[in-house]
Design a protein around this ligand. Structure first.
Ligand code: PMP
Length: 429
């Protein structure tokens, strides 16, 4: 639908038998190709960029203006609170969550962090390795268990200082009712962090409270999953939190005064962005946000979900396919995890790539405890190379591409022994 917006799709790749084909990229949950407009913006901005807020030159002034404007664009995109929130640019979602886990220490003192069993390791380990952490379980389909959520909220009433939860799972694509959960956590005096790495590129999001929506305290996401390049992550949260204490990386850009014996920190967000910042990354993100806004996040969501619905419906009719998610149209982004009975996930992913130029991802997707549950692996037991194959759509994927996938999955499913034999040198077990 939005195919010609995206850069680099016309590249031909050789397949096994030397037939060239245009690659089909169904691995958008890992990262997305950049928009053409983003590449153009990078090219036209490159002669102008300079170190920000430091030089007096014209180029430095332009760069500083663009960088500051990018913060406003990001805050508008997620409807953050202009009076109270600050937008911090870091490297990626992982770095953002780690920063928050360091800076929020005082707030968590004496209490617990509540998270879930469906988190990416980036929203699990920064909490689990630093604080007493409890978990909301998932149900047998892999959705967040609302029953267990209520149980945990009751059991730890008054102790939950932070709920750290993903907006959408990078494995199943299930979304969580973040505003309802925010209300329940706020009622107990806690705060909520939404890991938006998967949600923000695919679904409209509103951080600010309204009559029907409870506000989100902290939000993180990554530009490289939103049609902008690698190297830019966003952390949004109340400025107040970052005004207190010391940043975990002191150095250039974080201070307003240093003498032999004293240090005075500058204000957030600069206080949290040690060293020379990634101006180009912020400019690129701001440009990709403009394109997403002009298309409309509701339209994107709708298009991608229809494509997902179409694909899942067809996959359900193919023998030997095991799906690890359901057609939950209202609570889902465009991700489909599956396996084919009898073919190890890494071989299936390789077959798709080598035979038809279809890129997917396989394995545990940096969410091992969640994948272990989806595969019914007992907690803490060791299984050699467990995993799933994941299809994840971007806004530029087409129905024709899905048809190619479906035809080929049908063919594999009827010739499992043939394909296993052909790729047997890749079998590890
Ligand atoms: N959270 C989720 C839900 C993700 O899908 C990812 C990326 N796969 C991350 C966090 C980490 O993002 P990044 O690699 O950009 O730090």
């Amino acid at each position: 639908m939005y195919r010609n917006l995206v850069h680099g799709l016309n590249v031909k790749i050789p397949l096994n038998n030397d037939i060239y084909t245009t690659p089909i990229n169904f691995d958008n949950a890992a990262t997305t190709p950049p928009f053409r407009s983003v590449m153009k913006e990078i090219n036209s901005f490159s002669p102008w960029y300079s170190s920000i807020h430091r030089g007096t030159g014209y180029k430095s002034e332009i760069s500083s203006e663009y960088y500051d404007q990018a913060r406003n664009d990001v805050l508008n995109f997620v409807n953050g609170d202009k009076d109270n929130d600050t937008v911090i640019f870091l490297k990626n979602t992982t770095e953002c969550i780690n920063k928050l886990s360091y800076r929020i220490k005082e707030e968590i003192e004496g209490g617990i962090v509540l998270t879930t069993r469906m988190e990416h390791h980036s929203n699990l380990l920064p909490w689990r390795l630093k604080y007493p952490t409890e978990y909301v379980e998932t149900d047998k389909c892999g959705r967040l268990s609302i029953y267990d959520l209520n149980e945990k909220l009751k059991r730890y009433r008054g102790k939950i200082k932070l709920m750290a939860i993903t907006g959408a799972s990078n494995v199943t694509g299930y979304t969580n009712p973040i505003h309802e959960i925010a209300r329940l956590v706020h009622d107990q005096g806690g705060k909520i962090l939404v890991d938006g790495a998967q949600l923000v590129p695919h679904h409209p999001i509103d951080m600010k409270s309204s009559d029907s929506l409870e506000h989100i305290d902290y939000l993180t996401f990554s530009a490289h999953k939103m049609y902008a390049p690698f190297g830019t992550g966003v952390l949004i949260g109340p400025k107040k939190l970052f005004e207190k204490g010391s940043p975990e990386y002191p150095g250039g850009g974080t201070i307003s005064f240093v003498s032999d014996d004293s240090v005075f920190w500058t204000e957030p967000p600069e206080k949290e962005e040690a060293g020379t910042p990634n101006v180009m990354g912020a400019v690129a993100l701001s440009n990709s946000i403009k394109t997403l806004e002009s298309l409309g996040m509701e339209n994107i969501d709708n298009y991608e979900l229809n494509l997902t619905y179409y694909c899942i419906t067809k996959m359900k009719n193919i023998p030997h396919i095991i799906l690890y998610c359901d057609l939950d149209f209202n609570n889902k982004i465009s991700i489909i995890p599956f396996n084919i009975e009898g073919i190890p996930h890494e071989i299936l992913a390789r077959i798709l790539s080598e035979e038809r130029g279809i890129s997917v991802r396989n394995g545990c997707f940096c969410a091992q405890p969640y994948v272990q549950r989806l595969l019914n692996i007992l907690p803490n037991s060791y299984i050699s190379r467990p995993g799933i194959v994941r299809i994840s759509f971007g806004l530029y994927n087409t129905y024709e591409e899905v048809d190619i996938l479906i035809d080929f999955l049908t063919e594999i499913s009827s010739n499992i022994q043939y394909y296993k034999g052909k790729y047997k040198n890749l079998l590890y077990y």
